[in-house]
Design a protein around this ligand. Structure first.
Ligand SMILES: Nc1ncnc2c1ncn2[C@@H]1O[C@H](COP(=O)(O)OP(=O)(O)OP(=O)(O)O)[C@@H](O)[C@H]1O
Length: 366
């Protein structure tokens, strides 16, 4: 069911407005301390807002002005957190049946429901096991079954994969991708893969505010914060645009108009995003005297940046050369030939054709 939320919690610097359409899964991303878990707690009723109102499928969860504050068990929400938090003395089936039983459903019916939801969570074979006899991944599947058994109007997932090992996490992610279809859900995550596999839309929080939002592909292609750019694996540079030229601190790129969107106002704040793999690295200045027409992919005075190596780290089969807020990916052989080391002055040549240019202003639809 649809969620409409506006919540302010001054003591945590939080001021958030968000909507989730019925059947939509929204991923909430953001750096540590951004306020993601606080939003979940406010919706679940574990925290009281200082101001605001929330409505889920027509039911008012809280309305501070009207003095309405529904207790957690009457909200129609269910929470799957990082830890499964199962009752240790109950079997998996009893854990899942606990919610329906508390809601007044007769024992036999609650057990049938529990078995059904355990099956849905690929945990049918675990019904008689106690939590101590379950692996982390199994326990989390039982916890998912317990959350689903409440038949919530909104499923809240707060980093459900975070405590799982590298084998269990992909299994749960695959299970969630099936379970979340057509379900209204909010998933807090640090993993870009969750956004890609599970979410219809992503929202990015920073400092208690939602700062970016949109379909996962769009947000990742056109990041508007350093956090999102790093998730997307892109360099992000802020600058200004004038005609076909994008100017940022230390460089200016000019390119064929096809590489940059036209008909947009000059001198606004703009972003350029580009993959580290598109950056050429050299130890001597590659800029040759060039005519006024510059071609992307070739070095000229404008698109060559003098930078200082800050760090070097392996990235799959590439070496990531960090230079402050910029990065370039090169092959190990290139890294060996260039004999790079932190503190060294080198040159990054940027390829305008590999750059996406877009206005810094956030899209109005979050
Ligand atoms: N129990 C608490 N009491 C007081 N302040 C808190 C509490 N929990 C979190 N905060 C503060 O509220 C702000 C938001 O924290 P929150 O845990 O919601 O962030 P988050 O985005 O979920 O972070 P993370 O990704 O690290 O889990 C932070 O400034 C944090 O220090």
């Amino acid at each position: 069911m649809r969620l409409d939320l506006r919540a302010v919690l001054p003591e945590r610097g939080l001021d958030v407005t968000l909507e989730i359409a019925a059947g939509e899964t929204v991923a909430l991303l953001g750096p540590n301390g951004a306020g993601k878990s606080t939003v979940v707690s406010l919706i679940a009723g574990l925290l009281q807002p200082g101001a605001g109102r929330a409505e889920l499928g027509g039911r008012v969860l809280f309305d501070v002005d009207e003095g309405v504050l529904l207790p957690p068990h009457r909200r129609g929400t269910a929470l799957l957190a990082q830890e499964p938090l199962l009752f240790p003395h109950l079997s998996a089936e009893e854990n899942v049946a606990f919610g329906p039983r508390s809601a007044g459903i007769p024992r036999r019916e609650a057990r049938t429901a529990a078995r059904y939801w355990l099956e849905q969570a690929d945990a049918g074979g675990l019904a008689s096991r106690k939590p101590a006899e379950l692996s982390g991944g199994q326990a989390q599947r039982v916890a998912l079954a317990r959350a689903l058994a409440a038949e919530p109007s909104l499923l809240l997932l707060d980093e459900p994969m975070a405590a799982l090992d590298v084998h269990s996490a992909p299994l749960l992610r695959r299970l969630l991708s099936r379970v979340l279809v057509e379900r209204t859900a909010l998933i807090v995550t640090h993993d870009v893969l969750d956004a890609l596999m599970l979410a219809d839309r992503v929202l990015v929080m920073q400092g208690g505010r939602i700062v970016e939002g949109g379909p996962p592909g769009e947000v990742l292609r056109q990041p508007r914060s350093r956090f999102t750019a790093s998730l997307a694996g892109l360099n992000l540079v802020e600058g200004s645009r004038s005609g076909n030229s994008f100017r940022a601190r230390g460089f200016e790129v000019q390119c064929a108009s096809a590489a940059a969107p036209g008909q947009l106002l000059d001198e606004e704040e703009w972003f350029a995003a580009f993959p580290p793999s598109s950056v050429l690295v050299s130890v001597t200045d590659p800029a040759a005297p060039a005519g006024p027409a510059h071609c992307a992919g070739q070095a000229h005075a404008g698109n060559v940046l003098r930078v200082t190596v800050t760090d070097l780290e392996p990235r799959g089969d590439r070496i990531r050369v960090g230079a402050g807020e910029l990065a370039a990916d090169i092959s190990p052989a290139e890294a060996a030939d260039l004999a790079l080391r932190p503190g060294q002055e080198i040159f990054f040549t940027l390829d305008a054709l590999a750059m996406a240019f877009y206005p810094a202003q956030t899209s109005p639809i979050l």
